[in-house]
Design a protein. Structure first.
Length: 140
């Protein structure tokens, strides 16, 4: 039993590394470069969106990217942490839609199947002016 664990772990590590690369490329192409077509090559045959303000599928993602391009052309998202767990990739992100503003702290959760993104969840929290505990939302 012990001898089979390293092979399974090595496979999971390879899959997780690939999934991480896919999500990071998708995020950069779509949200930072605002190129929906480039980002959508990382999406699978279905794309279920769990954010209630965004539509499912490639067209829903295209609409979101168009919204960013039109309303927030200088927006930028900095990924501060990445966690992988099998077919899930979780990002902790500092998103700033307008330069000079504090922005939002975001946790994005992506599910992949066969190396392609098929589902997305997110939680968004505005960054307050002051912290009751003196810690940044992004430091360790």
């Amino acid at each position: 039993m012990v001898s089979s664990a390293p092979a399974a772990f090595a496979h999971d590590t390879t899959t997780e590394a690939h999934n991480k690369e896919v999500v990071l490329a998708f995020y950069d192409e779509g949200l930072n470069k605002k190129d929906a077509d480039a980002a959508l090559k990382y999406v699978g045959p279905r794309y279920t969106q769990h954010n209630p303000l965004a539509a499912d599928g490639p067209e829903g993602f295209r609409k979101f990217v168009e919204f960013l391009k039109e309303r927030y052309p200088q927006s930028h998202s900095e990924i501060t942490k990445v966690f992988t767990d099998g077919d899930y990739v979780i990002l902790h992100v500092h998103a700033v839609r307008e330069p000079g503003t504090r922005g939002s702290a975001i946790v994005d959760i992506f599910k992949l199947e066969n190396g392609k993104i098929v589902e997305h969840w997110d939680v968004v929290q505005p960054i307050p002016e002051a912290s009751a505990n003196g810690h940044s939302m992004f430091e360790e």
